[in-house]
Write a protein that binds this ligand. Structure first.
Ligand code: UD1
Length: 325
């Protein structure tokens, strides 16, 4: 039995591949390397370069590797890009995922784990967000993710398939052992950008908005270390293998940190002030996004190990030093 990890050469996918390999699971990665890096996977898994949308290829990979479970990370993730190129997002996140599901149904793969996002929830939903909170995605990116959630629910009703949908809050940090980290070609995420400023590769950090209805006026997010998130996938897989019913899990710590609190953490880690520039809000940014992680803790026994924000920043910093010299 092996696990097919699509997008296993990407940020969250590669951490999950390492976590699976660490405990001896057999893994085959399918990645088109459009944004992922072959080197992040190393030799810890079989690697197939190709498209998730290629149903014939996926069918062959499932058959040749004896795949019984799929963890589907592959997709496009940049929100503003999705607004200007919606059809590309629907292609990569919906059309390709449909082909993957079809290949799974045809081959009898009965366990499926899907990467979704906290941005499927309604902006005015009360915080923290439970799995049952109202959904109202705004961007094509978030809509494409919710479409796939629905497709998966419908497929699981009609075929012998069970799934876990993991909705990620703000994923950050890097593998504590230095094997993987964030490699996005367009660095937009707060901690990534703050670290680039700390290393002098960007002159200053923009603080997007200081007039939010939050304690210090800056945006509040639930930052989750990628290693804890990778572990959530392993627990979800084990639960499905043990016969668990299909469900969704919000993946965050239930802790909100403001942009200023993140800046303060970076300053503690580097021991000096971080150059910042306060500016207007970024279009579409909600004031606060915080997870209620009760379900994943209760049902999967998930216990965060890397929540310390200074340790998160330190891991991101050491990855950035090594990866982009
Ligand atoms: C991110 C992801 C989104 C994911 C969501 C889940 C992107 C672009 N966004 O959104 O896919 O679904 O998490 O919660 O991939 N900020 C600054 N300066 C910067 C960068 C960010 O002040 O240079 C602020 C933002 O205004 C926001 C916070 O930092 O308040 C976090 O921003 P970011 O890291 O970009 O993540 P999200 O926009 O929350």
């Amino acid at each position: 039995m092996s696990i097919l990890v699509t997008g296993g050469a990407g940020y969250i996918g590669s951490h999950t591949v390492h976590a699976l390999a660490d405990r001896g699971d057999k893994v085959v990665v399918l990645d088109n390397l459009s944004t992922g890096q072959r080197s992040l996977v190393g030799d810890r898994a079989d690697f197939v370069e190709g498209e998730v949308a290629d149903q014939g290829l996926v069918g062959r990979v499932i058959g040749e590797h004896g795949v019984d479970s799929v963890i589907h990370f592959a997709g496009s993730i940049v929100v503003p890009e999705s607004v200007t190129e919606p059809l590309r997002y629907y292609d990569n996140n919906v059309v390709a995922s449909r082909a993957l599901l079809a290949a799974c149904v045809a081959a009898g793969v009965s366990r499926f784990i899907f990467s979704s996002t906290a941005t499927v929830f309604a902006e005015d939903a009360p915080q923290p967000l439970a799995e049952t909170s109202p959904k109202a995605p705004i961007s094509p990116y978030a809509r494409s993710k919710l479409m796939m959630e629905w497709m998966l629910e419908d497929v699981a009703r009609a075929h012998p398939m069970r799934y876990a949908i993991l909705r990620y809050f703000n994923v950050c940090g890097a593998d504590p052992e230095g094997r993987a980290g964030q490699v996005s070609p367009i660095p937009t995420h707060l901690i990534k950008r703050a670290v680039l400023v700390a290393l002098g590769r960007i002159p200053y950090l923009d603080i997007f908005g200081t007039d939010f209805p939050t304690p210090d006026g800056t945006g509040v997010r639930d930052y989750i270390h990628v290693a804890d998130l990778a572990n959530a996938h392993l627990l979800a897989l084990d639960a499905l293998r043990g016969g668990a019913e299909s469900t969704s899990y919000n993946c965050g710590y239930g802790r909100g940190l403001s942009v200023r609190e993140v800046v303060a953490a970076v300053e503690r880690v580097i021991g000096r002030a971080l150059p910042v520039r306060e500016g207007p809000r970024r279009a579409g940014d909600p004031p606060t996004l915080i997870a209620d992680p009760s379900r994943i803790k209760a049902e999967l026994g998930w216990k965060p190990q890397h929540a310390d924000i200074d340790a998160i920043v330190a891991s991101a910093l050491s990855w950035e030093r090594r990866f982009n010299r």
